[in-house]
Structure formats: C-alpha cells, structure tokens
Design a protein around this ligand. Structure first.
Ligand code: C2O
Ligand code: CU
Ligand code: CU
Length: 533
C-alpha cells in the first residue's frame, strides 16, 4: 500500500508502470496531435525544447533499509539542449527542467498514476489551457501535450500536480507522494553577472515528511489527525532536501548560490545560518532583485523560492556552516501557544500533535543543509552590486481600485476566501478582471493561521503589509519576510493586511488563486478568477 492514510486514500494499489504507459488515448478536448494526445497551446513548431514528463508510482531509496513507495516524475528529452533535464537527489524529486527565456517549449504529459492528475507550471506566465488546472485533468493511462513560449524572467519556478475532484483536492497527497520538481529559467542578462554556476549553484527542494517503521511515507494518521491537518496543514517530522535525509555537501572556500524551493505541503521555514551571518538574498519567486539585500533570517512559506548568495571564502577547510530552520513557528498557534504542547509533542504527545502542531520539541532546530568546507580554492567572484535592470513592479495608480479578499475560517470545513470555497470553474462577479489592467489585491487574514496566497499565471509585487488585527504568536516570522522583488506567492500572517499589485497581461481565460498550504487548498481555500477582454 502506498502511503498510510485515511479514508479514500487507503488501499491504492501500485499498478505496473508498463501496463499503464503503453496505451494512451486522446483526452479529446482540444485538438489532438500526431501523438494522439490532447494538445493545448502553440500548434506550430519548431519547438526549441520537447520533453516527455511522466507521473508514475515508483520505489525510491530514502531512508536506510526498505525503499519507500512514492509517486514520481521522470522526464525524457526528445529535442533540445542536453542540459534541459537534470536529475536531482536520486530519490523521488522530479528532475530539474532548465529552460531559456525565449524558447518555445513542448511537453507530452503522461499519467501513469491510478488517478487523475495535471501538471501545473507554478509561477509561469502561460495561457490558461496549459496551466495544468483542475478543469483539464489527465486521466489514468492518458496523455496531454502542452506548448508555450518561455517568456518569464530568469528565476526558479516549479511544477507539480493540481487535480481537484468532487471530494476535494489531491494536490497535497500527490505532491507529498513525490510529484514536484524544480524548473529554472535562464537568460543572457543573468548569465552576464557571472553568479556561481555549475557545482557552486545548488538547487534545493525542501520538504518535510514522516515515515512509518517500514519506511512507508505517512500522510494523515487518524480521524482527529485529519481534522487537525485540515486546519493546520500536514507537518512531517523530518526534513528532506531533494528527497534525501542526508543533505550535507562538501564545499570549497568560494561563494555559492543556493536556489531554494519550499516544496512542503504546509511547513513554513525560518532559514538562518548557524554562525549568525545575515542571509544575502539575490532573488525571489520571480527572479533576481534589483540589488542584493540582507535579512537576519528568511521566512519561506510553501511554494516560495529564495535565491541566496553565501560566501565561504573567509572560511577554512574543516569549518562547517549549517543552514538551519527554527521549528517553533510550525505550531498551530505559533510561538504564542504555550510551549508545553510543543515540548510534549514528539513522543506520547498526542496533545502536542493536535494542538501544538510542531512535532519537534520547542527550540529544536532543523539542520537543513550542513555545508562542510573541505578544500581551499581561490576565485575572484564578487557579489554584484546591481543584479537586474528589468525588475519592474506594475505601475499602480494612486486611485487604482482595491479588490479585497478576506481569508477566514469556516467551521469544520477549513478556510474560505471572501466566505467562498472552491466551486470548480465558476467565478463570481467580483472575480472577473480585465485583460491588460493593473489592480491592487488586498488579502486580509481574519483567521488564526498564516496563509501563503498564490496567484496563477503571473508575478506580482508586494506593495503593502500592515498588522491590523490580533495575530498573536506569529510576529516572530515578520523580520524574515522578503517582500521586495517579484512573487507569485505571498505569506499573509494572522491579523495582517497585505497588498499586491498585479497586471493581467496577454492571456484571457480562467486562472486560479489560492492558499498554497496544500491542505487548505485541497479543502477549498481556492477559487478561479477570469481574465476578460
Ligand atoms: Cu503551486 Cu495553484 O499552485
Ligand atoms: Cu501555481
Ligand atoms: Cu491557508
């Protein structure tokens, strides 16, 4: 059985991959192409990059001993530069897909899973029909092809499933089972900066997982646990980087570039260096900042990316530098909820699990990435003073209308946006925006949980953040919120009002906006909006 879990999730049988992968038939919604798969997007090649991306059950060695059953993306390059697809981690993490701005991209997406899935290109500015939304599922044994132009800024994006059925979303389950991978876009301007590359550029997908004694991944554990998970989101008790528990890396005395994706279902990280040096941030979800900025620590919510510079040239062989994360903020009530709950939570701590949320004792730290300096090397890399010239926040007019979204709890059903939960591809009157317009959206968090709010199809600028209500317990995260640069996901803490400016360019149609705490999203904290000419 894959993944110990409750209700409808139990008893999933792992089908032989070969049986599923031979006979694909048409999804028959858009035109079909010569592969016999439904085809969305650009009909005409030539395509600069053509890949096959397959989701299927697999076993992966994660912990010592029995390999774990996972779901995994595998990719095959059919046409394009040889470095388009690079495996990461050797476990379940989807391969790094490397694209260049300006490329015409084509992908055949194959579903080798026993249930519907989709492939969403998180953060990319792509037409609605190739965005991997739940309204266009790929059925088991079927395939879909999508094509789009790569127009986004150089930056780290990612891909993951986005199915949502009559019983709720399956994003949390499928991502947790292993379906997620990093996607990087490069361009000439970025290359000209000469930032650390090759083995000195690390792509790190950070995720929390829990395992049963036989190395089986566990997701939701009991009835009560399910209820709490719905409210709080899933929190695992171990941190994996690229699907691996042993994350130490050997490094030289030179600068490194760390490109980090929080691919966790709901855990928020508070990333800091073990020697107290500041975090030097080069970029965010939507690519490089105008100039590097320093923070005491970085608050990284689910789905967010951060691009870090870390210079080890003043270190000596034998030194270690650890990227750490505090665990306290994972509690349901943050650090304001008595420590007692959290302290008891690891063993015999049902109460801690249910109320405190954090599975680690108070004050415990996750050692996310130990860097071991093993050799002296000399380079002449300098941290650039300027990074990007093309960073432009949407011009917001003083009197631009503000569209307000209230984030609140619905008793027993999770969370809602303006009192509404997911209703499929229907939009209310106040969820229609005009093609080409720039708006200010305001998220007001009226609940006691933080919500990482994500908008599909674009990158936005954070133009305001204020505390207007209670929100006790979460203020410890505030100093690490990186609001400069461009984002597709912004963390809205309890009691906060956050304003973003977004421009709805190029594409009409339906897009999603939702909380990227995957359990919140799956339980209805998601809506469609429509871009109309
Ligand atoms: Cu990471 Cu709706 O997406
Ligand atoms: Cu997305
Ligand atoms: Cu949420």
């Amino acid at each position: 059985m894959l993944l110990r879990s409750v209700g409808g999730l139990a008893g999933i049988t792992v089908l032989a991959p070969t049986a599923l992968l031979t006979a694909y038939h048409d999804t028959a919604v858009a035109g079909t192409n010569r592969d016999g798969a439904a085809h969305y997007g650009l009909e005409n090649g030539p395509f600069d990059v053509d890949i096959r991306l397959r989701a299927q059950p697999h076993t992966a060695p994660i912990l010592p001993g029995t390999p774990s059953e996972v779901w995994r993306y595998t990719a095959e390059l059919r046409n394009g530069p040889a470095d388009t697809i690079t495996p990461v981690g050797g476990s379940y993490t989807g391969p790094l897909i490397r694209l260049r701005r300006g490329q015409r991209f084509h992908a055949r997406l194959e579903n080798g899973l026993p249930e519907d899935t989709t492939v969403h290109w998180h953060g990319l500015h792509v037409p609605s029909d190739v965005d991997g939304q739940p309204r266009l599922p790929i059925k088991p044994g079927e395939a879909m092809t999508v094509a789009f132009d790569v127009v986004d800024r150089a930056g780290l994006y990612w891909y993951h499933p986005h199915p949502h059925g009559p019983n709720g979303g399956r994003v949390g389950f499928q991502s947790y089972a292993g379906l997620a991978g990093p996607l990087v876009i490069e361009d000439e301007a970025e290359r000209a900066l000469g930032l650390p590359a090759g083995e000195r550029e690390m792509f790190l997908v950070i995720q929390d997982r829990s395992f049963a004694g036989d190395n089986e991944l566990t997701y939701l554990d009991s009835g009560m646990g399910t209820m709490m998970t719905r409210m709080r989101g899933f929190l695992g008790d171990r941190i994996l980087v690229n699907g691996q528990p042993d994350t130490a890396r050997e490094v030289a005395t030179r600068p490194y570039r760390l490109r980090i994706l929080n691919g966790s279902n709901s855990r928020i990280y508070k990333l800091a260096w073990s020697d107290g040096r500041p975090m030097t941030v080069l970029g965010t979800d939507g690519g490089l900042l105008g100039a590097p900025r320093q923070y005491p620590f970085v608050t990284l919510a689910p789905a967010q990316r951060i691009d870090l510079w870390v210079d080890l040239s003043a270190n000596e062989p034998g030194d270690e530098l650890h990227l750490l994360s505090d665990s306290y903020q994972a509690g349901m009530m943050g650090d304001g909820m008595g420590d007692g709950c959290k302290r008891g939570s690891r063993r015999g701590g049902r109460m801690g699990n249910m109320m405190g949320g954090s599975e680690l004792p108070a004050g415990a730290r996750f050692d996310i990435l130990p860097l071991r300096v093993t050799r002296r090397e000399r380079g002449n890399e300098r941290l650039p003073k300027r990074l990007a010239e093309d960073l432009q926040a949407p011009p917001v007019e003083r009197d631009a209308p503000v569209r307000r979204f209230k984030l609140s709890m619905v008793m027993m059903r999770g969370f809602a946006i303006n009192g509404r939960q997911f209703e499929g591809a229907t939009v209310a009157d106040d969820e229609i925006v005009h093609l080409g317009s720039t708006e200010v959206w305001e998220f007001v968090n009226d609940s006691m949980m933080p919500h990482p709010m994500h908008v599909h199809g674009l990158q936005f600028a954070v133009v305001g953040r204020e505390q207007i209500g209670g929100g006790r317990g979460w203020s410890g995260l505030a100093a690490g919120l990186v609001d400069s640069g461009l984002h597709d996901t912004v963390l809205v803490l309890p009691g906060e009002r956050v304003r973003i400016a977004l421009t709805f360019a190029d594409f009409e149609g339906l897009y999603l906006y939702h909380c990227h705490n995957m359990e919140h999203e799956d339980n209805g904290m998601m809506r469609y909006y429509r871009v109309r000419a």
